[in-house]
Design a protein. Sequence first.
Length: 290
Amino acid sequence: MIKINLISINFIERIRYFSIDDIYHNLKVDFYVLLLIILKTKKMKHLTILSLGVILLTSCPPSKFTPDSVNIRFEHYVDENTLLEDTLLYTNDAGQLYSVQNLDYIITDINLTDEEGTVLQELTDIHYVTLSDPSSLNLSISSVLTRGEYKNIEFTFGLDSTKNISNLYVNEEFHTRMFWPDMMGGGYHYMKLEGRFDNDTTFYNTHTGGTMGVDYSFKKSFPINLTSIENGNIHIIDINMNINNWFSNPNTITLSTDGIMGNMQRQMELKQNGTEDVFDIIQAEIAICY
């Protein structure tokens, strides 16, 4: 497997606007489909791409200023392979065969910032991802970006101490599924990663959260090259999770049938692994003309 780090990849297709609406519309649709094919190419999912600027149409019919939109997609892999659920197929650094049956997690404070880390635009304060609901794998924020340059995307995995409070999200979909027992610190799980290991009858539960009130959430920030000129463009950002990396680098974690919710050392090890290289991103842009 080859990992490539690129500062900038720019695909520029220059199409001039003709007065024939049908020709213009068909060209726009063709480029949109091409973009989706490029983004889904398996060889690209582990590239740390800081800027993938795709300008599909550079001459558009006259229109009023329209704030740009952001579409965040949550993708899940095991090394170079797209995750296949409930399949005893994967091997961790400890040499254990394992599957992923359930994956639920909470992402908070997704923001776009400038080069110094100053927040320019808050995208959402909390988002729940679960493999059991495909709609949760997409987060669309329409007409949110005013004119300007955005240099980083940042988010927190889990909930920090200001948010991880019992019953604070009692009206949210994840409340029942993700609550964390008060006797163990209260609040909510950050993640539930569950499946089988070694054989079809042995199960593991990798549950992370604020054990005994300690904050094990962590922040991630990735450089991007996102410019809004308020022409209604859609900026696509894929947040990719490599599940195998939860169990390696810097800590090799061995799966077991023992619960880890009360294991503070294991919670810290998972935080360290998550901070290291569990996540990467891919950025792209679709030009939409009104």
